[in-house]
Design a protein around this ligand. Structure first.
Ligand code: HEM
Length: 279
């Protein structure tokens, strides 16, 4: 099953050009949705004003070389390894979702544009199935066990809010894609058509719903992570006090540290002592 290109069989019913127009339309929806989102929320305006304001409270200037190095660090850390997540399970699930999704959409585009009707190099459909599987594993793990609403707030997994549009449309797209491919292989035409229709519906909601979902975070978060690193490098620190170092007597005398004055130096955060489970 995982070595066959599901779009090849589909091309007997739907011309390759129609598939290609659909993929282009989805890409246009993502670009358009992100642009409208940015204008509507004025997030770009806020971002640049905030960066300008931060610069005014900077204690030193960041050179171009440093800025390039910070961009590289952001790419290697926050973007490629999801380092913003403190919870290792959430980080692992995000990595599975992110790399699964990227593998899935890149191989989909290659198969639809380059090999829609003919023989396909085996590695492409293998990666397509593997990407969808990674997305499904990371996504359901997140949905049922890791999400803060379920893991910490005691909310039931089936309690839905609008913010869930992104993860649910993402999960439905990958789930229906895998079931559709499996049905092609086992050959039950009616079910195959039904799950293909569900796959298209889910992916249209995913790519068409950018304006209402968290989809665009994959473009905004890298910029925000870069800006956060810059504020640390130029000393502006988003107008926050420096990180407290209790081995420094001046820090120990801060008003906010009063309660910790006589505490042992290796005392950890009380909040991390026990996982929340009292509901
Ligand atoms: C293919 C790209 C990506 C996919 C599919 C993806 C997927 C997701 C999903 C499903 C969530 C959980 C959303 C929810 O709470 O419902 C999430 C959250 C998050 N993602 Fe990503 N992500 C991607 C790229 C990125 C990148 C590049 C970054 C950072 C540089 C990032 C940072 C975050 C952060 C910090 C959160 C948690 C905060 C929040 O929920 O807003 N993601 N991502």
């Amino acid at each position: 099953m995982i070595t066959h290109n599901p779009f090849t069989e589909l091309s007997a019913f739907i011309p390759a050009m129609v598939m290609q127009i659909y993929v282009i339309a989805m890409a246009v929806l993502v670009v358009g949705g992100t642009a409208i989102d940015t204008l509507h929320k004025k997030s770009a305006k806020w971002f640049f004003e905030n960066a300008k304001e931060a610069k005014q409270s900077a204690t030193r200037t960041v050179t171009t070389g440093e800025a390039v190095s910070i961009a590289g660090q952001t790419l290697a850390s926050e973007v490629l390894t999801s380092s913003e997540f403190c919870n290792p399970r959430r980080r692992a699930s995000h990595l599975l979702i992110m790399y699964g999704f990227l593998t899935f959409i890149v191989t989909s585009a290659i198969m639809v544009f380059v090999y829609p009707t003919g023989p396909t190099p085996t590695y492409l459909p293998v990666l397509w199935h593997l990407g969808a599987l990674m997305l499904v594993i990371g996504g359901y793990w997140f949905w049922f066990f890791i999400r803060v609403d379920v893991a910490a707030e005691g909310t039931k997994w089936y309690h839905l809010v609008r913010a869930d549009l992104f993860i649910l449309s993402l999960l439905s797209t990958a789930t229906f894609a895998l079931i559709w491919s499996y049905l092609q292989w086992t050959g039950v035409p009616i079910w195959e058509t039904l799950f293909f229709a569900l796959f298209v519906l889910a992916s249209t909601v995913l790519f068409g719903g950018v304006l209402w979902s968290k989809f665009a975070h994959m473009f905004f978060k890298p910029a925000a992570a870069y800006q956060k690193r810059i504020t640390k490098a130029d000393g502006s620190m988003e107008n926050l006090p420096d990180f407290a170092d209790r081995s420094n007597p001046a820090d120990r005398d801060r008003h906010s540290m009063e309660l910790l004055k006589d505490a042992p130096m290796d005392m950890g955060l009380g909040i991390k002592r026990e996982r929340p489970s009292h509901y």
